[in-house]
Structure formats: C-alpha cells, structure tokens
Design a binder for this molecule. Structure first.
Ligand code: AMP
Length: 227
C-alpha cells in the first residue's frame, strides 16, 4: 500500500510518517531528509539543494523526481511506502502517478493534516532531533523522556534544522501555499483523499490517520504485522 501525507511545514508529517512506518512495516520516504543527507554528504545534488533549502524554496522538480525514482526502486519500498514531503507540486504528483502506473501500482490514500498556520511557527520553533539516530522531538509536545537523552538510542546530542528559523519558515509557508496547496484538488478528484485534524494530540492524530486508512481499505496494524 502506498500512502501520501500532505500538510504545511510543521504539520507533523514526519512524526506521523515514522509512527506509521513502524506500525505498517512500509518504507518511509521523506524527501527533505534525503536532501539533508545529500547536503551533508556534499554531493552535486546536495550542493544545488543547500542554498534553495536555506532560502525556504523548492528544489526543482526534475532533480526531486529523479531522486525519488531511485528511492522507490529500493527493496524497502517494494511492499509499499509512506511519502512525507513529496509531492510538493502538481508536476511531482503527475510524475508519481506515472511512476506507479509503470510498476502497476497505485496510491491507496492521500491524507492531509489540517492545521492552523498561526500555531505552526511555534511548533517549528520547538522541534529538534537526535544527532545520531534522527528521532524527532519537540520541546513541549514531544520531549525526550529523560532530559537531554534520546529515547531511542541514548545519544545526548541533538540538532535543530537550519531552515527552522523565522525568515525561512515564512518563505516555506509561501512555497506551500503557492506551489503545494494546489495539489489538494488534484487528489480530491481521485477519491483517495482524506483530511485529518493535525492540531490534535499526537496519539489522536495517529488514531485519526489509522481510521482514514481503514476507510481506504488498509488492514489494521496488528493484521498488517501478522502478514
Ligand atoms: P521538509 O523536510 O519536507 O520540510 O523539506 C525541507 C526542504 O527541502 C524544503 O523546504 C525544500 O526546500 C526541500 N524539499 C523537500 N522535499 C521537496 C520536494 N518534494 N520538492 C521540492 N523541494 C523539496
């Protein structure tokens, strides 16, 4: 089963995608994480992407689509995947449909996390992740159990994303509203589209996503785990 999580920056896509990846045993693909890895590795793509990401703008479609095509060919995506941060433009959505059609696959659900943009700036300001394993946290909404220690791997170093500063965040919202929001009607017309209240407590958002997935005919996590 192939799922897309949509929503503006800070909507909780990454957090929810990681939870769903573990519960449903499907690959998680976060194009932002992939680009940050390219930037860190100093690759050609990373060099191009770095300035664009720091400006809060979108990396060109052709580069992103090529990167995604390679990722979808990896073994962990063969039984399904959850996309977080892709597509971000209508041409990306069209390219994804074409890629899936060529593999005789399709999308099972596209889920929009609906959020109030005013509170997202605070959400983004509070988020951080483990420098070692990448686990995501938030100062208020999802702190580590023991202060300063990663719940997952025990590391003690954490990082804030460089593009989580107020100026870049503003530009990222502009990019979302101008370039990404128009993909909602693209999916609404395909009857695989669901909306979930992304302002609720993290566990309630997960429950609402799972309810949407059940409506889409996706087996409950326990059944999926038994497969
Ligand atoms: P994210 O981690 O999803 O918030 O993405 C961080 C940044 O990476 C974005 O602000 C864009 O500059 C870039 N990016 C991630 N995914 C895409 C995409 N699908 N298309 C274009 N740019 C992207």
């Amino acid at each position: 089963m192939n799922i897309i999580l949509l929503g503006p920056p800070g909507a909780g896509k990454g957090t929810q995608a990681k939870i769903l990846q573990e519960r449903y045993h499907i690959g998680q693909i976060a194009t932002g994480d992939m680009l940050r890895a390219e930037v860190k590795a100093g690759s050609e793509l990373g060099k191009v992407a770095k300035a664009i990401m720091e400006a809060g703008e979108l990396v060109p479609d052709d580069l992103i689509i090529t990167m995604l095509r390679h990722r979808l060919a990896q073994p962990d995506c063969q039984h399904g995947f959850i996309l977080d941060g892709f597509p971000r433009t209508v041409p990306q959505a069209e390219a994804l449909d074409a890629m899936l059609a060529s593999q005789k696959q399709d999308l099972r659900a596209v889920i929009l996390l609906k959020v109030d943009e005013d509170v997202l700036v605070d959400r983004i300001a509070g988020r951080f992740s483990c420098a070692k394993c990448g686990a995501s946290y938030h100062d208020v909404m999802h702190p580590t159990i023991k202060a300063g220690i990663c719940d997952k791997c025990g590391a003690t170093e954490f990082v804030h994303r460089p593009d989580d500063n107020p100026t870049t965040v503003k530009q990222r919202f502009t990019a979302y509203n101008n370039q990404t929001a128009p993909i909602v009607p693209y999916y609404q017309g395909k009857h695989i589209y669901y909306e979930v209240d992304g302002m609720a407590d993290m566990n309630d958002v997960t429950a609402a996503i799972e309810a949407a997935l059940r409506k889409a005919g996706v087996a409950a996590p326990s059944a999926a785990a038994a497969d």
